[in-house]
Design a protein around this ligand. Structure first.
Ligand code: PLP
Length: 344
C-alpha cells in the first residue's frame, strides 16, 4: 500500500491509486518499441496475455476505458446503427455521448433493474424492425460489475442467447470485471465467454496509472486498431504503461478480495450509524443516501478528518489498494462523529 500524501484517505474512486514502488520498477525495466508499428514487446505480451485469459483471439491496449468502449462501439456499429444499453451504464451516461458524437451511433438506453441488469423483455421490445424508419439495432452492451454489483452469469447467458436469436453482437464494459472474477469465483474466461468483445480497465482496482485493454475476435481487433489510431489512441513506447498492467495481473488481482472485505467492513460500520440509508457492500463499493440538509456538514466532517469523498445525496465510497482496514475505520469514525454517535 502507498502512503497517501498527508496521511489522507480518498474513497472517491478506485482510480485514485498511485503506482506502488514495485510497479514503478517494473515500468522502468520494460522493454519497449513503437506500438503504432506493433513493435512494442511489452504491449504485445500484455495483449496476448489478456486475450488468452479472456478466451478471446486478440486484444488491443487502449489509453482509457472510455476510448476502449468507444472503439468497440464504432467497430460493432456503423453510422446510423444503434446499440441497446442500460440507462445507468457507463458507456451511455458517463462517456460524454461519444458513441453518438464520434460514432454516429444511436444509443437506445433502457431502464436498468435495481440489480443492474436490463430485463430481457425490455431488450426484446427495443429491437427495431428492419424498416427505413428506424436505426439498425446491432449491439447490446452490458456492464459487469455495474455500480459494484456482480451481474449473474445465468442472466448474461440469457442475454447472449437472445442476442444470437436477434442477430445482435454483445459487448461487455468490463472496467471492473476482475472484481466480478474475484467476487464470483468464476474465471475471466468464463465471465467473458458469452460476449463478442470485452473492455477491461487496468487503472481501476488493478491500480495502474493508465490503460485499458479491448479483447475480441482477431478481425474485430484489426478493425478496432484503425479506429484507435483515428481517435488519437495510437501510443508509441507504451510498453512502460503495459508493464504496469502485466505487474497488476501478477500482483493485484487476488488482492481485490481485500478491497471487498474492506468495503464490507465499511458497510457494516456505516450501517451501525446510518441504518437503512446504507446500500451494499457491492464488491468494492458502498453507497449511502445522505439527507440533503446533511450533505455540506458531512462533507466538512470528512474533510476535517483528512478524508476525500464525493459526498452528495447518493454518496459512493470505493475501496482500493491505497486504503486499508485502518483507513476504513477512520472513515466510519468520522461519519459517526458527524452523526454524533459512537462507531458500532
Ligand atoms: C471507469 C470506467 C470506464 C472508463 O474508463 P476511463 O479509463 O475512466 O475512461 C468505463 N466503464 C466503467 C464501468 C468504468 O467504471
Amino acid at each position: 500500500m502507498n502512503e497517501v500524501i498527508g496521511g489522507g484517505i480518498d474513497l472517491r474512486s478506485d482510480t485514485v491509486t498511485r503506482p506502488t514502488k514495485a510497479m514503478l520498477a517494473a515500468m522502468q525495466a520494460a522493454e519497449v518499441g513503437d506500438d503504432v508499428y506493433g513493435d512494442d514487446p511489452t504491449v504485445n505480451r500484455l495483449q496476448d496475455r489478456l486475450a488468452e485469459m479472456a478466451g478471446m483471439e486478440a486484444a488491443l491496449f487502449m489509453p482509457s476505458g472510455t476510448q476502449s468502449n468507444l472503439v468497440a462501439l464504432m467497430t460493432h456499429c456503423a453510422r446510423g446503427d444503434e446499440y441497446l444499453v442500460g440507462q445507468v451504464a457507463h458507456t451511455y451516461r458517463y462517456e460524454g455521448g461519444g458513441a453518438a458524437v464520434l460514432g454516429s451511433i444511436q444509443p437506445q438506453p433502457i431502464e436498468n433493474a435495481d440489480d443492474g441488469t436490463i430485463p430481457i423483455e425490455k431488450l426484446r421490445a427495443a429491437v427495431k424492425p428492419r424498416d427505413d424508419h428506424f436505426a439498425r439495432t446491432r449491439l447490446i452492451a452490458l456492464e459487469n460489475t455495474i455500480h459494484g454489483q456482480v451481474v449473474p452469469q445465468a442472466y448474461v447467458e440469457e442475454v447472449a442467447a437472445f442476442a444470437r436469436e436477434a442477430g445482435l453482437a454483445l459487448h461487455l464494459d468490463g472496467a471492473r470485471v476482475f472484481n466480478a472474477v474475484v467476487a464470483s469465483g468464476l474465471s475471466l474466461g468464463e465471465i467473458c465467454a458469452p460476449f463478442d468483445s470485452v473492455s477491461i480497465c487496468l487503472s481501476k482496482g488493478l491500480g495502474t496509472p493508465v490503460g485499458s485493454v479491448l479483447c475480441g475476435p482477431a478481425s474485430f481487433i484489426d478493425e478496432g486498431h484503425r479506429w484507435r489510431k483515428m481517435l488519437g489512441g495510437g501510443l508509441r513506447q507504451a510498453g512502460i504503461l503495459a508493464a504496469a498492467g502485466l505487474y497488476a495481473l501478477d500482483h493485484h488481482v487476488e488482492r481485490l478480495a481485500d478491497d471487498h472485505a474492506n468495503a464490507a467492513r465499511l458497510a457494516e460500520g456505516l450501517r451501525g450509524i446510518a441504518g437503512p440509508a446504507v446500500r451494499g457492500p457491492f464488491t468494492n463499493m458502498v453507497f449511502v443516501d445522505v439527507a440533503p440538509a446533511d450533505v455540506d456538514g458531512l462533507a466538512k466532517a470528512l474533510r476535517d478528518a483528512g478524508i476525500v469523498a464525493s459526498v452528495g445525496p447518493h454518496t459512493r465510497f470505493v475501496t482500493h489498494l491505497d486504503c486499508d482496514r485502518a483507513g476504513v475505520d477512520r472513515v466510519v469514525d468520522a461519519v459517526a462523529g458527524f452523526y454524533g454517535r459512537t462507531a458500532a
